[in-house]
Design a protein around this ligand. Structure first.
Ligand code: 5RP
Length: 224
């Protein structure tokens, strides 16, 4: 099976976690896109969705799924999203698609986080994938120096084909920190959150995934 077929399989399996009559939290990225396409097929069963990025909002709307602003919504039963890395305990690195801040916000008000990922994302220790950190633009270099002091190699993410800093949906910039072996994800998440100028860190450990649907050659594995 190709990686896309594995992503499609977990996206389809995630439909079992959609709660009828509810508003669903929807993540960002290629796996989340497959999920949105599946959600489009059962859209009559849900009230609508809260999106974790402008791209996701546009794809949901393209399927005719009502998109709610989070401020209009009191509770979200389930949040479904991909990950760049996930451990057996459900701690994740996210933000490869630069949507980490909104993803974290929507996840924080959701009853259950269902991670959908192809098997390559399962790791014993987080950190091989460079850890994304969203920062306020004026604090970019100040935060970069503090992240360097943690031992990794931080680098400002740039726009494709340009030297200019990439700009997120929130007007922030992203610093990707390579070379970390994250032994204690909750402690590092807490530590990076304390740096002034950080908007959000792409470690989802204090609040990780409740369930992970993992696409493998033998089928979809469920990790809880
Ligand atoms: C976006 C994310 C994505 O969930 C993560 O990058 C995985 O993406 P994909 O499903 O394309 O592999 O965190 O900010």
């Amino acid at each position: 099976m190709t990686q896309d077929e594995l992503k499609q399989a977990v996206a389809r399996a995630a439909i079992d976690y959609v709660v009828d009559g509810e508003i669903i939290g929807v993540g960002t990225g290629s796996t989340a896109n497959f999920f949105i396409d599946e959600l489009g097929l059962i859209k009559h069963r849900i009230q609508g969705a809260v999106a974790s990025s402008e791209a996701t909002a546009a794809r949901l709307a393209g399927h005719g799924i009502p998109v709610f602003d989070l401020n209009e919504v009191e509770r979200i039963a389930v949040y479904i999203d991909g990950a760049d890395e996930i451990t057996h305990a459900g701690a994740m690195i996210k933000g490869g698609g630069a949507a980490l801040t909104r993803e974290k916000i929507v996840a924080s008000v959701s009853g259950q986080f269902v991670c959908i990922a192809d098997g390559s994302k399962l790791v014993d220790t987080l950190g091989k994938f460079a850890l994304p950190v969203e920062v306020l633009p004026m604090a970019r270099n100040a935060v970069l120096r503090q992240l360097a002091a943690l031992g990794g190699q931080p680098k400002v993410r740039t726009k494709p084909g340009s030297d200019e800093a990439f700009v997120t949906d929130n007007g922030g910039n992203i610093i990707d920190v390579a070379g970390l072996a994250i032994a204690d994800p909750v402690a590092l998440e807490t530590q990076i959150n304390q740096i002034v100028g950080v908007v959000a860190v792409g470690l989802f450990a204090a609040r990780g995934a409740n369930v992970c649907l993992l696409g493998t050659a033998d089928g979809v594995r469920t990790l809880k």
